[in-house]
Design a binder for this molecule. Structure first.
Ligand code: AHG
Ligand code: MN
Ligand code: MN
Length: 341
């Protein structure tokens, strides 16, 4: 294993920026501000068991799900850390139905930030790994005034950067700016993210699959066949695969990114668009996984090419090791019900 040079996230971001003379440094500042928010959220998550921050706020988010206090804290922390840097024209969050404008007293920039402040919130009380996901675009709306909804619903291929922070046995900040995927582990003793995963590449083929099998009854016939195929014994194709499902997208995809694996949240007869949101869960994770040599699709097309219609729209997602996702797509195509052919 190649010796990893001692480097911090801040230093790495600026080193990367200096490789591109045209870089203005704005994206570097954005990533730096995000790492600040990550440290504060990590602190709160890691003491959540002690402080009365758990339990339900008694409110529901716009998707009708119970919002736990940590979701709200993370949402507010992201806004507080990001709204005054002068690099954003608008933000959007899973926890807010509308787009979030930059306060008039702060200057407006050319970037757009979308985020899921706390992913895997159903796991908070069980002390299971959770995460924050972010996605960054350049503005497309004209002028230099407040950003618009048009800035917030761009195709995933237009992302400038994307990343996640996983709050697990350690806090790791993983991001891509289109030139590879890098991971940094927080050393809480002096509050720095230290380079721990330089240039992450995900295995082309794996032996892990991640899906909520409780929904089996409602799946597409091709997906049922695929999962049963994975469970057959055949040493030459590494079957049966291992089933690993944490129920936090960030944690499941982080493990599969490092070990190899396919993560699936399909549409089903009860949820025709699946559960996960395109703009601030699936697009950023797809950008990262593709940059690490993996593949991400909605079962029929490359996920990053899906044309968004609304800010909180959901999408089926099959993401991970390239050969596994390609094979899944073949099963879906082969067993497409006649009506849909
Ligand atoms: P969030 O907490 O932001 O709503 O996301 C939860 C998501 C995702 O993290 C995870 O993969 C999925 O919900 C799990 O859903 P099921 O419990 O239906 O399997
Ligand atoms: Mn989520
Ligand atoms: Mn969330």
């Amino acid at each position: 294993m190649e010796k990893i040079k001692f480097n911090t996230l801040a230093r790495h971001i600026y080193e990367e920026e200096r490789k591109y003379p045209e870089a203005t440094g704005e994206l570097s500042d954005l990533l730096h501000d995000l790492s600040l928010a990550a440290k504060v959220i990590s602190l709160e998550v890691n003491k959540a068991g002690l402080v009365d921050i758990l339990g339900f706020t008694g409110n529901h988010n716009i998707h009708g799900e119970d919002v736990k206090k940590l979701d709200v804290f993370a949402h507010e922390m992201m806004i507080k850390a990001m709204d005054h840097g002068g690099h954003l024209c608008v933000m959007a969050s899973e926890e807010d139905e509308d787009i979030i404008h930059i306060p008039p007293s702060f200057s407006i920039g050319k970037y757009v930030l979308l985020f899921d402040p706390l992913d895997g919130s159903s796991n908070i009380d069980a002390n299971v790994s959770i995460g924050t996901i972010f996605s960054i675009y350049r503005r497309v709306s004209k002028g230099d005034g407040p950003g618009t909804i048009e800035d917030c619903i761009q195709q995933g291929i237009k992302q400038v950067a994307a990343g996640y922070i996983i709050y697990g046995s350690s806090t790791i900040f993983v991001y891509t700016a289109g030139k590879g995927v890098y991971g940094f582990t927080l050393d809480p003793s002096f509050g720095e993210f230290i380079l721990s995963h330089p240039n992450i590449k995900t295995p082309k083929k794996s032996r892990i699959y991640s899906i909520n099998e409780g929904n089996y009854l409602y799946w597409h016939p091709g997906l049922k066949k695929y999962i049963k195929w994975l469970q057959e014994e055949d040493k030459s194709t590494g079957r049966p695969y291992s089933s690993r499902y944490i129920g936090s997208m960030v944690a499941d995809i982080h493990r599969n990114l490092l070990y190899g694996g396919i993560f699936m949240y399909p549409a089903d007869s009860r949820n025709p668009n699946g559960k996960l949101r395109l703009m601030y869960e699936c697009n950023p994770m797809s950008f990262i996984v593709e940059q690490a040599g993996g593949r991400s699709s909605n079962g029929k097309q490359r996920l990053l090419e899906v044309k968004p219609e609304s800010l909180h729209q959901r999408t089926p997602i099959f993401i991970g090791s390239e050969e596994d996702v390609l094979l899944l797509e073949k099963f879906i195509k082969e067993y497409e019900p006649a009506a849909e052919k």
